[in-house]
Design a protein around this ligand. Structure first.
Ligand code: ADP
Ligand code: MG
Length: 303
């Protein structure tokens, strides 16, 4: 089961929540949809699941275009909406029974037992949803998203508001589900995307800023920014440092140790060495910093 988003734009009145967004999720991939609050993540997910229409552009799941009047296709998608709206007055089993009936699942009791096992709901299955902890409510949300065994799973901030233990448990459930499903998982937390996903798509102000395999996400930033930690034998003139082409910041750390930040694709180190030679400075040490995902994220979403 694959997802293909092509040129999707969404306007809420005057406001553009999504601006010509395109990306694909391949069968079996777990893709993290990462962006700050208001970036457009939930809007994109509501469009993929057919809950709201795009203003323009298309979404296809396994080659078939999504639309509100295609309920059959929606059966192939499991969706955990943001804030996981549930019925607090319903008992866990009663609710899962209700969801099964919507999907017209045959031998639903067996399937409910199975999904209760998978999501670890057994100890709480006799309670009303309103009496459950947030972590167990998220499990109920995941159970309703998984009960019809969809090929595609869309999870909107599945771990938000959970405590650290609950986060790990829900993440593991998602990783397990992802072994046999195509998963798109939104989060505003970088470490979460790093822990769960194979690929990371960064969105900001309704635009895709990066789309990379997790192990390659650092390359996104290297194209834009490099940080050099450098020690000279004496302090250079900061205004001279800033005159090196590409350098955007130069900050003293301690002694004659400097942090130099440069933009541009070209490696800045040769330019710094020539600067040192020209100014009769000796370079005592130089280190190019590898940026982590958090930096990539901050850089790409603070524009
Ligand atoms: P995210 O999930 O990344 O936090 P959303 O998709 O919820 O972002 O929102 C994207 C933008 O669209 C935000 O600026 C938000 O205020 C706006 N928005 C979302 N839903 C609506 C709506 N129903 N009506 C008007 N504006 C909306
Ligand atoms: Mg959201």
């Amino acid at each position: 089961m694959s997802i293909l988003v092509q040129g999707v734009t969404k306007l809420y009145g005057e406001q553009k929540a999504l601006d010509n967004v395109s990306f694909g999720v391949k069968t079996g991939e777990i893709v993290g949809f990462l962006g700050p609050n208001g970036a457009g993540k939930s809007t994109m997910m509501k469009i993929i699941t057919g809950f709201i229409p795009a203003t323009s552009g298309t979404v296809s799941v396994n080659g078939t275009e999504i639309s509100a009047d295609n309920p059959e296709l929606r059966k192939t998608i499991g969706y955990l909406p943001e804030n996981n709206p549930l019925y607090p007055e319903m008992y866990v089993r009663e609710y899962l029974d209700f969801v099964s009936s919507l999907y017209k699942i045959v031998s639903s009791q067996k399937r409910i037992d199975n999904i209760i096992g998978i999501t670890g709901l057994a100890p709480e299955q006799k309670k009303k949803i309103g009496a459950l902890s947030k972590g167990y409510r998220q499990r109920v949300g995941l159970a309703q998203a998984l009960i019809h065994d969809p090929g595609v799973l869309i999870l909107d901030e599945a771990t938000s508001g959970l405590d650290p233990n609950q986060i790990v448990e829900i993440r593991n459930l998602i990783i397990d589900a992802g072994k046999e499903k195509t998963v798109l998982f939104s989060t505003h937390i970088m470490q979460e995307a790093e822990a769960v996903c194979d690929r990371i798509i960064i969105i900001n102000n309704g635009k895709i800023m990066a789309d990379e395999l997790k192990n390659n996400i650092h390359s996104v930033l290297k194209k834009h920014r490099q940080i050099i930690k450098i020690e000279f034998d004496r302090n250079p003139d900061v205004s001279e440092l800033l005159r090196i082409e590409g350098v955007v910041h130069a900050n003293p750390v301690s002694g004659s140790l400097w942090n130099i930040e440069a933009e541009g694709e070209q490696d800045i180190r040769p330019a710094i060495f020539s600067f040192a030679v020209k100014n009769n400075l000796t370079v005592l040490s130089l280190q190019k910093e590898e940026s982590n995902l958090e930096e990539v994220f901050r850089h790409l979403t603070s524009i």
